[in-house]
Write a protein that binds this ligand. Structure first.
Ligand code: HEM
Length: 545
């Protein structure tokens, strides 16, 4: 970039250049030929067959036949909005004086600078046309069109995930998606395959607690938290790095539906959350989140009794406070659902200088999956050239050709090194704003394994349970009764009670067992040590208010 400050309207202006308002005076073909009549196809005679030569009919029908693209393999149902991110003046970063001490990410530095964003909220399991108010995780994906390129924070509304290694993701999704024979049900979790998988995967337990809680039933997208989930890195000008977890807190607070409401709403208005977001922004409201970070020095990462690279764990806010660094504002609806919300394509691998990855094995796998899946949706490596995905920062490289190339590249040589080209993209050093991967030392034997530091599957699930009020606990138990009550196979219900819940909390396991025809366990599970059980004061900071 030439250093020009990106303002919140910059994306708007870029989009305006390609928008059509549909108010042209006369009808034309896609090739600009004016059409005389459009209600009837061209026929051979009064009541004769349609003639192949009717280019207007063929063009209109072909366009229609190809109007859809494959839905996302997960998070198919979503809705989106535009807005901006603006850093706070002098955020309180604890031991650091200034954000530049932890990251060189340019869009985080200047409180006067607004960076345009597009955010897409989604459910995970249901198909594109499914209902909004199902029990499910919600996606919270944000594309920041920064002056240094696009940064995608592809997060969820829960701070942890189901599994620890990307290798397990296809299994998780096969288990949670509608069953292969009858494609029932649409909603997450209420069937044998999901609970079978869960009962055999203790690492899922912490996420199950969130999923059975009200967090899985948000009342509105603007009253929902967002989390980057993984531990990422911030990198400063000198190449030094700190670990960072990203948080978004809705300024109106979190708010949830209760189960009975979700059922009625799903019947009355399956588009409840989608319509709500659109209507509230159209009515002129600005939806705001406080963006915060938890920062951990590299040499302090060992102080926790869990592994920072394990995505089934939070960093309790009692141990590391969330430091607010800025505001996310959503204030504009898309004009065209397909061109914007459907075609927006996120990728956790889209990072900008100052933000980097860690070795979280789930994150590492995502870095492959999203790029790959966009090829399935767009059938072209040029998905990043279309208006909604196109960066505001200048693009300049030797990539060329492919389906639906939007750019007309000039110059003779699109290779490097070359001695005849007039368009050779220069390389930049880190000092000049070029992206350099954090020079983490990596050394080890190639092994297919799971670190021992990922072994504790129950302490944080227990922390979650202990932090709930009585009525929140009751909602979780009721949800377990409903969901497990739909599971046909008794051995699956038993495994969930004995192998998972009884290791979280004995009372919890007994209460669930009693409502689903399982003989309640006599004693607490082996995995519970007395220290954890006796310490209800451990309160989880990310708890439901
Ligand atoms: C969407 C894969 C874990 C959040 C997707 C899509 C794929 C995918 C293939 C569809 C993308 C598209 O077609 O545009 C994976 C894999 C994971 C994983 C392989 C683990 C190995 C996660 C986690 C989070 C997450 C941990 C949250 C932190 C999302 C969101 C979307 C999404 C929000 C929807 C993006 C949108 O609105 O377009 N994921 N995912 N995923 N994923 Fe993941």
């Amino acid at each position: 970039s030439d250093g020009e400050v990106v303002d919140a309207k910059a994306k708007q202006r870029q989009l305006d250049e390609v928008r059509e308002d549909g108010s042209d005076e006369f009808l034309t073909s896609d090739h600009g030929v004016r059409i005389s009549e459009t209600d009837n196809s061209l026929k051979a005679g009064q009541r004769g067959p349609t003639i192949m030569e009717d280019f207007h009919f063929r063009e209109k029908m072909t366009q229609f036949d190809h109007e859809s693209i494959p839905e996302r393999v997960v998070h198919a149902r979503g809705t989106g909005a535009y807005g901006y991110f603006q850093p706070y003046e002098d955020p309180d970063l604890g031991e650091y004086d200034d954000i530049s001490e932890v990251t060189k990410a340019s869009f985080l530095q200047d409180p006067a600078q607004k960076t345009p964003v597009f955010t897409r909220f989604s459910t995970v399991v249901g198909s594109r046309g499914s209902a909004d108010t199902v029990r499910d995780v919600r996606g919270f994906a944000i594309k920041f069109y920064t002056e240094a390129g696009n940064w995608d924070l592809v997060g969820n509304n829960m701070p942890v995930f189901f599994i620890q290694d990307a290798m397990e993701f296809p299994d998780l999704v096969h288990a949670i998606k509608p069953e292969p024979d009858d494609a029932v049900p649409q909603a997450a979790s209420a069937h044998d395959t999901f609970w079978d998988f869960a009962s055999l995967k203790p690492e899922i337990t912490h996420m199950l607690m969130w999923l059975l809680s009200g967090r899985a039933l948000p009342r509105a997208y603007w009253m929902m938290q967002g989390f980057g989930v993984h531990t990422f890195r911030f990198v400063d000008d000198g190449g030094e790095s700190v670990f960072v977890k990203f948080h978004l807190d809705p300024k109106l607070g979190t708010n949830e539906l209760v189960w009975d409401e979700t059922q009625k709403i799903a019947g009355n208005n399956p588009d409840f959350n989608r319509e709500g977001l659109y209507d509230v922004i159209e009515a002129g409201h600005e939806l705001e989140w406080e963006v915060g970070v938890q920062l951990v020095e590299e040499d302090e990462a060992d102080q926790f009794d869990f592994d920072l690279l394990d995505p089934t764990k939070i960093i309790p806010e009692t141990e590391v406070p969330v430091r607010p660094i800025g505001t996310l504002v959503l204030n504009e609806t898309p004009d065209n659902f397909f061109a914007e919300t459907e075609q927006v394509a996120f990728h956790p691998g889209n990072v900008v200088p100052g933000i980097d990855f860690t070795n979280d094995p789930l994150l590492q796998g995502r870095l492959f999956s999203y790029q790959d899946t966009q090829l399935n949706r767009f059938n072209s490596a040029n998905w990043d050239e279309i208006p909604i995905n196109r960066p505001l920062a200048e693009r300049h490289n030797n990539q060329r050709a492919g389906f639906m190339r939007q750019e007309i590249n000039t110059g003779t040589a699109s290779y490097k090194p070359n001695s005849i080209g007039d368009d050779d993209p220069a390389e930049a050093s880190a000092a000049e704003g070029g992206y350099e991967h954090h020079a983490e030392k990596v050394d080890g034997r190639k092994i297919r394994n799971r670190s021992e530091s990922f072994e504790d599957h129950f302490s944080q699930a227990r922390l979650f349970w202990n932090s709930m009020t009585d009525h929140e606990k009751q909602h979780i138990v009721d949800a377990a009764h409903f969901e497990l009550g739909k599971v046909d196979r008794m051995q699956i219900r038993e495994r969930v009670v004995f192998d998972l819940f009884n290791n979280v909390d004995h009372e919890f396991a007994k209460r669930v067992a009693e409502g689903i025809g399982v003989e309640p366990p006599d004693t607490p599970g082996d995995e519970i040590d007395d220290h954890d059980r006796e310490d209800p004061s451990l309160s989880m900071a990310n708890r439901t208010p």
